[in-house]
Structures are given as structure tokens and as C-alpha cells.
Design a binder for this molecule. Sequence first.
Ligand code: KIV
Length: 257
Amino acid sequence: MKQTTMLEIQALKGQEKITMLTAYDYPTAMVLDQAGIDIILVGDSLGNVILGQPHTLGVTLEHMIHHTKAVSQGVKKSFVVADMPFGTYQASTEQAVQNATDLIAKGGAHAVKLEGGKPILSTVERLVSIGIPVMGHVGLTPQSVHQLGGYKTQGKSEKKAKQIFEDACALEKAGAFAIVLECIPEELAQKITDTLHIPTIGIGSGAKTDGQVLVFHDLVGFTPSHIPSFVHPVAHIFEDLTNHVKTFIARTKEMSS
Ligand code: KIV
């Protein structure tokens, strides 16, 4: 099976919707890959989803390399993007180069994703200049949760919408190959999508983007936590698994010695 390339992902813009889901482990990656997902994101949402943390801020580069490696082992075709966690790309461009290189070389990712706009443009330019594909991420950027005051829709005011729009345009100019638009109004997502030449991949930002991304565990209901209102779960795996474990317990307890 042929590995999907960055250029093939970009060529989907205007042709067909791009699909992206998160995975943090080998079997989930195999399921997504074999189902035909375009992009697998090893998101730093692994902090919340897998490590049970309240946010993504405690996720380390070592966590990301460990999980990206597992995901890469299960993938034959999908394009694998790994999140650069909080604190691994802000201190200096050289710090970002070292850490992005590790995610590619040790983790096996094909690209990295960074959150933010203007403050990270020179870092994006540098990573792209040394051959590392970069996915941008604007709107609700969970690594800035303390500054944003919670997980809420961004870009509702004219001023904030203008800033997000400008950040998206600047990321394209800096060389990002695609960009995640998280929790922004649909009209703003459409304006960005219509303006940019690179694909936009939305989450909680309406249907007008070039693609959609979700956290896999939200999609299949494999979480005890609140599922965002824009997700329409296709299964209730947490409840189902609980019932399967109960069946095992009951069968075992009933066994005669
Ligand atoms: O970490 C993640 O899962 C993400 C998606 C929500 C886009 O960044």
C-alpha cells in the first residue's frame, strides 16, 4: 500500500473533504489506516484522553515520541501528524528544530502540528526550510487554555476574528501545508477556507472547511468525560466495554471450582 504524501493531502482541497482522526496507539492506528482515513493526528489531547489529565499542558516530548512510534507501527497509508507539546517549540527556533526532528526521526511522524499564529511564524518557516511539513492550528488553541479562560469558541468579536484570519494567512505564507481551525464561527472558517490555498481542517467550526478532524475517543464514545456538542458519536464504547467486563466478571464468579 502506498504511503499518502503531503502533496496528495493538499491536492484534495476543492476536490474532496479531508478526514483526520486522532490515535495514540498501534491498534487504533491500524483501524483508522485500514478504514482509509487521510490523516492520523497523534494529538497532545492524549493528555486528557489517555493520561486522564485536565488539559494538554503536562504532555511531554517523550510522551509524544512514545505514542507516535506506536501509531507509526500501525500505519501503511495514512499521513501521520504529531503535535508538538506545550513548551517544546516556544523557547527558540533551534529548540523547535531539535524536538520536531525527534518526532519525525524517533517517532516516525510525517509532519508536526504547532499551535498559534504570529509568534511562531519564524519557527514554522525554519521547520519548513529543513524539510519538515508543518500543520498550523488557530482558533481555540488548548495549550493557551489559561490565557483563553477555558475551552470556548474563539473569534466571535470582529477584532478577534480579524486576528485569527490574519494568523491563518500568515501561517500559509510561512509555509504551513494545512491548518486546523478549532472552534471558530462557521462564517470565519469559510472565509479562511476560501482565502487560503492550503487545506483547512475544522473541528467545531462548521461544515465549510476543507476537512474535518475529531478526537477518536469522542467519536466512538470511549470516554467517561463530557463529549463536545459538535460531535455526533457513532458508538458508546465506554458503556459497551463496561458491560463486556461485567459479563466476564459474572461468568468468572459463576465458575465452579
Ligand atoms: O490534540 C488534538 O487532538 C488536536 C485536535 C483536537 C485538533 O489538536
